[in-house]
Design a binder for this molecule. Structure first.
Ligand SMILES: *Cc1c(COP(=O)(O)O)cnc(C)c1O
Length: 472
């Protein structure tokens, strides 16, 4: 399997190459040169099989001969053993032909575990094969940090530093990061905002000497290897509701456009998908771009669904590339306009190529609260604010009622207890395996919003590690 950049000026790489590269060297994102196909018979043969088995079958199409098949099988098999539900991604019925796909049974209670648990193991394997080490540095406003720490914790060849804005993540989110007791995990609370953390990260990656000395790498969702494991649950859930004979629709609470793009990939591979509903919160650039063709940046507004408080949805570039018949020059031009003029227009012909599949709408803060309340009233189920955005928009944009609608439940309600309590007057309890989260010891260092101090701290931790290793 070969991968090309959406901007056309980076080397063609294999799966291992794109895993290690993350972003392409021309600033673009890697996509497969050709979409692998699954026939109807192959899809039908997945029905009733273990989640990990289907995951291996789907992921192997993208890995090609980059990783030995038996090794890949065991890496993917291990990835889902720590999940709190045997089905990994079970369906629950919400209403007439409307289903919730529960993606929050992983160790940190958000769907990001489904990809990062695989990614951590892939990293380990590839680094080992090359006898290499890496330092992962990431910034988080909540969910990515804990899922990445959980995936890297205890691994031999990687050390992870996660920057979070001090006092600006929920207590559950902070504790999920800071109670990971492993020598290769370092949490840094920055006395600043998430934007400050992200700006520091960018400067660190742009500092050649620092980047090379520490062999820095990133864990954000532009890495193609994070998209691939997400294709799997689109397939397993559709099969459970009658595909490939029956087409299905999905509603996806969206921020960086990675998750819904995985749904697009499933459709390209041959899954019969009628609609992909892109659900935005009040940060609705995706809705505006898909409905009016005007892709324009505004300010980020903090909402009850913070993991979707994003303006620049990096993965949208992958869809733009597809819309324009994979014209890399043209895609690069649009991205230049975005950088220089904070926006661009999508032509009518290009938009028309995806309009029959993609539907989009936004959900306000009050609708989010009302939806958590009405779902609880009608079904007894408690949903998180991100899922509520997906449910509200799904109800509006369902299309034919005979087509099953699957809304992706992207986080466990206990991750966002304040919003849920505000809606239904109840505080959702953490699952048993995290019940003692509030008693666990926290490990983190608070640093001022000052880049040289943060870089010195990271260097010092790495030097200490090296001298300990030599003393052994
Ligand atoms: C990250 C996240 C999203 C958004 O997913 P994208 O792939 O960035 O579109 C939605 N819900 C939750 C709970 C998340 O953590």
């Amino acid at each position: 399997m070969r991968y090309v950049s959406t901007r056309g000026r980076a080397p063609i790489l294999d799966f291992e190459g794109v895993l290690l590269a993350g972003l392409a060297s021309d600033g673009g994102l890697y996509v497969p040169e050709r979409w692998p196909m699954l026939t109807r018979d192959e899809l039908a043969s997945f029905r009733g099989r273990d989640y990990a088995e289907v995951a291996h079958a789907v992921i192997s199409r993208f890995v090609g001969d980059s990783i030995e098949p038996s090794t890949l099988r065991s890496l993917v098999g291990e990835a889902y053993t720590g999940f709190g539900h045997a089905a990994v991604a079970p369906l629950a019925q919400l209403g007439a032909n409307h289903w919730l796909l529960e993606l929050f049974h992983g160790p940190t209670l958000a769907f990001k575990d489904i990809a990062l648990q695989v990614l951590g193991r892939l990293y380990d394997h590839v680094l080992e094969r090359h006898d290499a080490r890496t330092t992962i540095v990431g910034a988080t406003s909540g969910d990515t940090g804990s899922a990445a720490i959980e995936a890297i914790r205890g691994r031999e060849r990687a050390t992870i530093f996660i920057l979070h804005p001090a006092g600006r993540v929920s207590e559950v989110q902070r504790r999920q990061m800071t109670t990971a007791d492993a020598a290769n995990v370092h949490n840094i609370a920055i006395e600043g905002t998430f934007d400050d953390c992200q700006a520091m990260l960018k400067t660190m990656f742009a500092d050649d000497a620092f980047r090379d000395a520490l062999r820095l790498s990133g864990v954000n969702s532009i890495n193609w290897a994070r998209i691939v494991p997400q294709v799997v649950y689109y397939i397993t859930s559709a099969l459970a509701l009658g595909s490939p004979e029956v087409p299905v629709s999905f509603s996806v609470p969206s921020g960086n456009f990675g998750d819904v793009f995985a749904g697009f990939v499933a459709q390209r591979m041959g899954l019969p998908v009628e609609r992909l509903v892109v659900a935005s919160n009040e940060n609705d650039i995706l809705t505006r771009a898909l409905t009016t063709g005007d892709h324009r940046l505004t300010e980020v507004t903090p909402t009850l669904s913070p993991s979707m408080d994003i303006q620049v949805s990096s993965n949208f570039e992958r869809l733009l590339f597809e819309m324009h018949d994979r014209d890399a020059e043209y895609t690069a031009g649009l991205m230049r306009q975005l950088a220089e003029r904070r926006g661009f227009r999508i032509g009518a012909a290009a938009a028309a190529t995806v309009r029959s599949l993609f539907h989009a709408d936004r959900c306000t803060e009050s609708e989010t609260i009302e939806t958590i309340a009405s779902v609880h009233r009608d079904t007894g189920m408690v949903i998180d604010p991100h899922t509520a955005v997906g449910v509200a928009v799904a109800e509006r944009l369902r299309g034919a009622r005979g087509t099953p609608m699957i809304t992706l439940a992207t986080a466990h309600p206990a991750k966002f207890p304040d919003a849920v309590e505000h809606a239904i007057g109840l505080r959702p309890a953490l699952p048993d395996r995290l019940a003692d989260l509030h008693d666990r010891k926290e490990h983190f260092t608070t640093l001022p919003n000052d880049l040289p101090t943060v870089m010195a701290h990271i260097r010092e931790c790495m030097d200490q590690k090296r001298s300990t290793a030599m003393g052994q």
